[in-house]
Unconditional design. Structure first.
Length: 346
């Protein structure tokens, strides 16, 4: 009889879990906003806890961080946008020169493509504003469609800030309320695991922000020293894209090399050397110190999380993939790994 009742319990739990997963899939946008809110709140919580010990209200901490972030963003827009626009225009002017240089290189036979083309000349297609315009328009339309319109995207951003702030301000009562849904014998364990999950998720965000800023500064200064014309554009782009690991460095390196094609050999070699030095510093110092100790994920796990997140939910999915994976890993570690380590030590 007990076996029968246990089987019946599993029979109704399986379709219930499947139904919940299906509802979550249908509400993917809501789930993404909730995940972004939780990750942002996890990044703010340590500072709010520390300042609360000094009698600073948590609401003041949240508002202060939001005001500081808005102020930094405003300063960056005022100072950097004119320069970045100017350098983007330089980049647009360099594209035809790059096309001509590569075509001459192909036509000279040094590219080694003759055996594939039967000796016929091969030219790169024309790439200008006329060709890039429809591509950019399509990307913008697709992005707006993914967020269900510009207004919905703005509303979602405001909602994320509000929910994250609410989690930080009302952390204690919110946590106690959620623990009521957990069986009493497991509440202490769930509370400990939740602290570990939030620590790793928030640590990734804080660490990645520092790494991205350092990467942008290093590339901007280094490329300027080797005479690269659009150093600030590459630095800002690297800092922005570096929040998604592997993407920022790869895209900015290829773009910088393309822009340096028509420059001197010294500039081209300098660009390569600057990126090599930046990658060495990032891989051996910045990432291990600022994010590695917090995330505790193997690089293959990070790469796999990025691929799955990007395929499921685009850029937003890629942004939250690593911290969410770090949180899941923390839960699995507490369930399967640490109990075995305790038994082995005993």
């Amino acid at each position: 009889m007990p076996e029968r009742s246990s089987l019946d319990a599993y029979l109704w739990k399986v379709p219930l879990v499947a139904a919940c997963l299906w509802v979550l899939y249908l509400s993917l946008n809501v789930v993404l906003l909730a995940l972004v809110s939780i990750v942002l709140a996890a990044a703010i919580l340590p500072l709010a806890d520390a300042l609360q010990k000094r009698r600073v209200p948590r609401a003041v901490t949240v508002l202060g961080i939001y005001a500081l972030g808005l102020g930094i963003l405003t300063i960056l827009v005022i100072l950097l946008v004119p320069v970045v626009v100017e350098q983007a225009q330089i980049f647009a002017l360099k594209v035809p020169q790059f096309r001509q240089t590569v075509n001459q290189w192909i036509a000279s036979g040094r590219a080694g493509l003759g055996r594939f083309t039967g000796g016929k000349p091969v030219e790169l297609p024309t790439l200008g504003f006329e060709q890039l315009g429809p591509i950019a328009q399509g990307l913008i339309e697709r992005s707006l469609l993914a967020t269900r319109g510009l207004f919905s995207a703005m509303l979602g951003g405001i909602l994320v800030l509000f929910v994250a702030g609410y989690i930080v301000v009302d952390r204690r009562r919110l946590g106690d309320g959620l623990l009521r849904f957990v069986p009493r014998p497991r509440r202490e364990w769930v509370a400990e695991v939740s602290v570990d999950v939030l620590r790793r998720m928030g640590g990734y965000v804080r660490g990645q922000a520092i790494v991205s800023a350092c990467a942008g500064v290093i590339l901007t200064i280094g490329l300027s020293l080797v005479g690269f014309e659009t150093a600030l554009l590459i630095g800002v782009l690297a800092g922005a894209l570096n929040f998604i690991p592997y993407l920022g460095s790869t895209v900015t390196f290829l773009l910088a090399v393309l822009l340096a094609i028509n420059s001197s050999v010294f500039t081209i070699a300098g660009v390569v050397v600057v990126f090599v030095i930046e990658q060495m510093l990032e891989a051996n110092i910045l990432v291990p110190y600022f994010t590695g100790r917090q995330v505790e994920l193997h690089p293959l796990a990070v790469l796999g999380a990025l691929i799955v997140g990007a395929n499921v939910a685009g850029i937003l999915g890629a942004l939250v993939a690593v911290p969410v994976t770090a949180g899941i890993d923390a839960i699995l570690q507490d369930i399967y790994v640490r109990p075995g380590e305790r038994r082995h030590s005993e």
